[in-house]
Write a protein that binds this ligand. Structure first.
Ligand code: AMP
Ligand code: TRP
Length: 333
């Protein structure tokens, strides 16, 4: 039996990029791996590495959990919980900081990008963020971690930290493998297809929020930047905008790029975009309906309570053993 662990930050609104790169994928894995164990948490401790308004953070934390359920996550198969409610994450994060070098964290491209954007008031936690992420993963002995492409480097660091600990104290942590999808791992900005679609974007035309009204979604797809070549074909180097839209199309229909090219041969972009607009609106529309139902029912709190209890038991045991290995506290009889 394998264990699959992943998390998502409740900062900003959830985007189509999060849905395709992470949420949808997690739900599919859960279906295709019926004998394996799934842990999924809302990474609220990660969200506060940049300033958050308390009531909004609390609201978004629940939104993320409800959105996973709306996307088809089965709470009987997946242990769903809120990161800060299992205190072992932060504690193991500290222990692992003692086995992580400053130079390793300085090489993290996400930190470099974020610190370039925000010069003053950078928190220490933004710098140590990847160590907490490593703790989130190895605390549960995860075998696989499904994430989008932007998390690849953090996963490599996680593997290094786990391996270093094992070399020093004897085999203890499972060294996890990332699971990065071939299609959809990186959905790009609709207005600037050279950069990742992100909720922290300045222009809201570049990303699709899972909470956008459906007519806004259609409009955003139809006004996505393309090129003057006018042929629906997969060529990311010279047609990055169209390639991005084809990626989305492919994930939502399961059609290959060749099949999409064939379907729109001689038809131009307008028809392609209009079909894609309908596809995305219908997928997100269904998601929004289920989301409303879940958020209004009381079941979400029950699911999160039970997830917290199960995750806490597993995490407590692993952390206690870890402290013993390091030599912290008194020896257990
Ligand atoms: P975050 O919102 O940064 O917590 O990301 C949550 C998950 O969504 C991670 O697995 C990311 O890799 C994934 N993700 C975020 N943005 C995108 C994107 N534009 N395309 C694909 N996956 C994404
Ligand atoms: N850092 C991830 C992101 O920004 C979220 C995350 C936190 C995560 N802890 C994790 C993802 C553990 C996978 C496993 O997307």
């Amino acid at each position: 039996m394998k264990r699959i662990v992943s998390g998502i930050k409740p900062s900003g609104t959830l985007t189509l990029g999060n849905y395709i790169g992470a949420i949808k994928r997690f739900v599919e894995l859960q279906r295709s791996m019926p004998d394996d164990e799934f842990y999924l948490f809302v990474a609220d401790l990660h969200a506060i590495t940049v300033p958050q308004e308390a009531s909004l953070l609390r609201q978004r934390t629940k939104e993320v959990a409800a959105m996973y359920l709306a996307a088809g996550l089965d709470p009987l198969r997946t242990i769903l919980f809120i990161q800060s409610e299992v205190k072992e994450h932060a504690e193991l994060g500290y222990l692992l900081q003692c086995s992580t070098y400053i130079g390793e964290l300085e090489r993290m491209t996400q930190f470099k990008d974020k610190s370039k954007k925000q010069e003053a008031g950078l928190s220490t936690a933004l710098f140590t963020y990847p160590v907490l992420m490593a703790a989130d993963i190895i605390l549960y002995d995860a075998d696989y971690v499904p994430v989008g492409d932007d998390q690849k480097q953090h996963l490599e660091l996680t593997r290094d930290i786990a391996t270093r600990f094992n070399n020093r104290y004897g085999d203890f942590f499972v060294v996890p493998e990332p699971l990065i999808p071939e299609t959809g791992a990186r959905i790009m900005d609709l207005q600037d297809p050279e950069k990742k679609m992100s909720k922290s974007d300045e222009s809201d035309k570049g990303y699709i929020s899972l909470f956008d009204p459906l007519d806004v979604i259609r409009k955003k797809i139809k006004s996505a930047v393309t090129d003057s070549i006018g042929i629906v074909q997969y060529d990311p180097s010279s047609q990055s905008g169209v390639a991005n839209l084809m990626n989305i199309y492919s994930v939502l229909t399961d059609l290959s790029f060749a099949q999409i090219e064939e379907k729109y041969k001689g038809l131009g972009y307008a028809m392609f975009k209009s079909d894609l607009a309908e596809l995305v609106a219908s997928e997100i529309g269904a998601l929004q309906n289920r989301y409303q139902h879940i958020i209004q029912s009381g079941e979400l709190d029950q699911i999160l309570d039970s997830g917290r209890d199960i995750a806490s038991r597993v995490a407590y045991k692993k952390l206690e053993k870890c402290k013993q290995k390091i030599g912290l506290g008194r020896k257990r009889k």
